[in-house]
Design a protein around this ligand. Structure first.
Ligand code: DON
Length: 561
């Protein structure tokens, strides 16, 4: 299914231009490629990944090229100045998890966002220089590159071209840039490519010369082209001008970390996902474990019973997230205890069919001893599967562009618990486990996931959406594998979300009224919101058929062959 994106442009350029031209391109929402596929938030980024596979690269090459292209064509969330997680399952059976989450700068401290009266000043963790954690993305790309086949310079080439020569922006991007114009002006110390005198409109060309230069430095010098030398100096100068605290030593000292991927069984499938410092993997392990024994497929998709039990599982998992989870290098969350089947069973003992459990009656379990991000899913012709979620946190992150270097810095510091019990931008609360400390990674919800059956990938999935990421991936897995929805419905069906506090169920506008009404009678409070969570899915059928789906909620697009 193809939708012309910039029809107005066709008037200027004519239909003769190649489909993947940065000045005339299309969104592909659904395809069934025979060999390889990429799904990401932007058609030009998906195309960059697909081209790399066409040129002999594998899924890791494609994931790197797609992320670099997203840093150019999707400045809202694609990034050099943010962080992310990669989960991969290689054809040889090796499973990978690479953590390139941002870190608190050395000068960060627990109470850095509290005023003299101890009140949280949450704007400071959201906007401007102090909101930024030490970026991890470039280190993550190089850590991933050891599993790739092509030289890095080849993978960064499409991004350099897109930044240097520009690309045409979509209506959605034009609206995003216009919405943030005042913030960009207020929060930046030098002029940025994102601000122009007249409003942006679909069909305008965005050129990012400074970003092209930074990308070229990375191509020439590797990670040192970002964390040392000219680019690092520009970051430090930006911090000095804007009152930030990221130092040259913070940048030079940043390392991506290989992690042991989280793997667990669910109804005969193996789920491979991100461990801490993401709460996402633990979250879906808990939720899937809590609902596993209920006859969901018999009850049916979006039936009152299924939705109720799923909401109650979500509520309980988020209560645990708030209390227990944080950077595993700094805290020792009782992971084994809170993921044990017996614990999860006990957790659901307070579940009453037909009645909502109030969140105040659900505290974290007792054991002895938790808006803008983007996801990409890739499958190559050899069966290597890669699932990456990467983020600046909020849309355009801190809104600070590093002067002369052309990339946006994240506002990931807000993912820490700036004060115990004070909600962050997603309404999530946290405790000691996620308090700020120098060089600590803030807790994430990002959940890049690969589902295996008989050791082969059957589903590659993930999504942005802040706190809703975990419930969206949870529901995507159930939609595809338990409710047996087709791939497009799996992605586009309305979602519902409960995160313990606030004690309410968020639903997308098209969530079925009859189910909502029945659940309201049981005591659930509903809030219509959304749309949220642009989920990118590749589904691989037992007969080898590949389906690639870009979420209907954005410019998300599939590419492949
Ligand atoms: O790591 C996290 O959980 C958040 N910083 C993700 C932010 C996000 O998904 C925003 N997207 N809409």
């Amino acid at each position: 299914m193809r939708f012309p994106l910039i029809s107005v442009l066709l008037l200027y350029t004519g239909a003769a231009l190649a489909q993947s031209s940065p000045y005339n391109y299309q969104v592909t929402k659904y395809m069934t490629p025979r060999r390889y596929a990429v799904v990401s938030a932007h058609p030009l980024a998906s195309e960059a990944g697909a081209q790399v596979m066409k040129a002999g690269g594998n899924a890791v090459d494609a994931a790197i090229a797609t992320q670099l292209a997203l840093a150019v064509v999707y400045p809202e969330a694609g990034n050099l100045g943010g962080g992310g997680f990669m989960v991969a399952r290689l054809r040889n059976g090796q499973s990978l998890a690479i953590d390139y989450r941002e870190m608190a700068p050395q000068k960060a401290h627990r109470d850095m966002y509290l005023d003299g009266n101890g009140n949280a000043q949450t704007r400071l963790s959201l906007d401007g220089h102090l909101a930024a954690g030490v970026p991890g993305t470039v280190a993550g790309l190089f850590a991933s590159h050891q599993y790739a086949k092509l030289p890095f310079a080849k993978l960064v080439a499409p991004a350099i071209k897109l930044a240097e020569k520009g690309f045409v922006i979509t209506e959605r991007e034009a609206a995003g840039l216009n919405r943030r114009k005042e913030d960009f002006i207020r929060l930046n110390t030098m002029p940025t490519a994102f601000v122009k005198d007249t409003p942006w409109k679909a069909g305008d060309t965005l050129v990012q010369k400074d970003l092209a230069r930074t990308l070229r430095l990375i191509a020439q010098k590797g990670a040192a082209g970002f964390y040392e030398g000219e680019t690092a100096e520009k970051v430090v100068a930006e911090m000095r001008r804007g009152g930030g605290i990221i130092s040259a030593a913070d940048l030079k000292g940043y390392r991506a970390k290989p992690r042991q991927p989280l793997q667990f069984k669910f109804r005969g499938y193996d789920i491979l996902t991100m461990p801490l410092p993401s709460s996402g993997g633990v979250g879906i392990q808990q939720m899937l474990g809590m609902v596993e024994s209920y006859p969901l497929e018999e009850w049916g998709f979006h039936s009152v019973q299924s939705v109720q039990v799923m909401i109650e599982a979500e509520r309980r998992a988020y209560a645990d997230r708030a209390k227990f989870l944080g950077d595993p290098d700094f805290t020792s969350p009782p992971l084994a205890a809170i993921t044990q089947p017996s614990y999860l069973k006990t957790r659901m003992q307070t579940f009453t069919p037909g009645r909502a459990t109030p969140s105040e009656a659900v505290q974290a379990g007792l054991v002895k001893e938790s808006m803008q991000t983007t996801h990409l899913s890739v499958l190559d012709a050899d069966g290597n599967a890669v699932s990456v979620t990467t983020t600046l946190n909020g849309g355009y992150g801190s809104k600070v562009v590093v002067g002369g270097a052309g990339f946006l810095l994240n506002n990931e510091m807000d993912d820490f618990s700036v004060k115990p019990g004070t909600p962050n931008m997603y309404g999530l609360i946290g405790a000691e486990a996620n308090a700020i400390a120098p060089r600590k990674r803030m807790l994430s919800s990002m959940t890049p996931t690969i589902v295996l059956q008989h050791n082969r990938p059957v589903l590659i999935a993930g999504t942005p959406g802040g706190s809703t990421i975990i419930t969206s991936v949870f529901q995507t897995i159930l939609n595809a594998l338990v409710f047996n929805l087709d791939a497009q419905t799996t992605v586009n069906a309305p979602k519902f979300h409960h995160q313990w506090l606030p004690d309410e169920v968020r639903i997308e506008q098209d969530f079925p009224d009859s189910t909502r009404a029945a659940l309201e009678k049981m005591g659930y409070k509903f809030v219509k919101s959304g749309p949220w969570s642009r989920t990118e899915v590749i589904k691989i059928h037992p007969d080898g058929k590949i389906e690639a789906v870009g979420d209907k909620r954005g410019d998300d697009s599939a590419a492949g062959e």
